[in-house]
Design a protein around this ligand. Sequence first.
Ligand code: TYD
Length: 208
Amino acid sequence: MKQQGLFITFEGTDGSGKTTQIRLLQEWLQQRGYRCVLSREPGGTVISEKIREIILDKSHREMDARAEALLYAAARAQHVAQVIRPALEGGSMVICDRFTDSSIAYQAYGRGLGEDVAAINEFATGGLKPDVTFFLRLSPEMGQRRIEGRQQDRIEMEKMEFHRQVCLGYEELERREPKRIIGIEASDSIEAISAVIRQRMEELLSCR
Ligand code: TYD
């Protein structure tokens, strides 16, 4: 039977430099002969990208926090069913920019929705969890500074207190699942961050 691919996710607050590291990891894996599927959340399918537009639209100021959490989960359900599961079953490595941990950090902690967020995501994903998650850690103040001057979406425009809660959420996740979640200082150099990621990937690939 064909070997399942690894499900790799990247997490971090806005402006933490995930995109650069995702690109570097993709190149590194491809050079080693692995097929890679790259995706992002919310998004990754036609339907999920449409849901993304609804969620991030700046004019949707009245969006209820529960509606927001359910929309992220709906986009994720479609993404898992249509892209992530088939790719993993076909033996590809899947690298995803954000996954359920984002909902725990932003909706459970940032919006204060608590434990229900994990439950709706368990339903949405059918229990799918990443094999490894690289979390690029950045203080909320630094994060805000890094995205200043950029076009900001509805979530990025939130108050500093919201971003502080999001950071607390990520810290709690790291404490709860230290085996899966590898926290790395986002202020380290690009090379240093990518070295940590490669080392962990070597370990995971060698025990397959
Ligand atoms: P995006 O432009 O993809 O942000 P980034 O480049 O920082 O990854 O926008 C996604 C926004 O949605 C981002 O602010 C984080 C937020 N988000 C949630 O609040 N919950 C979620 O489950 C996900 C996936 C993202």
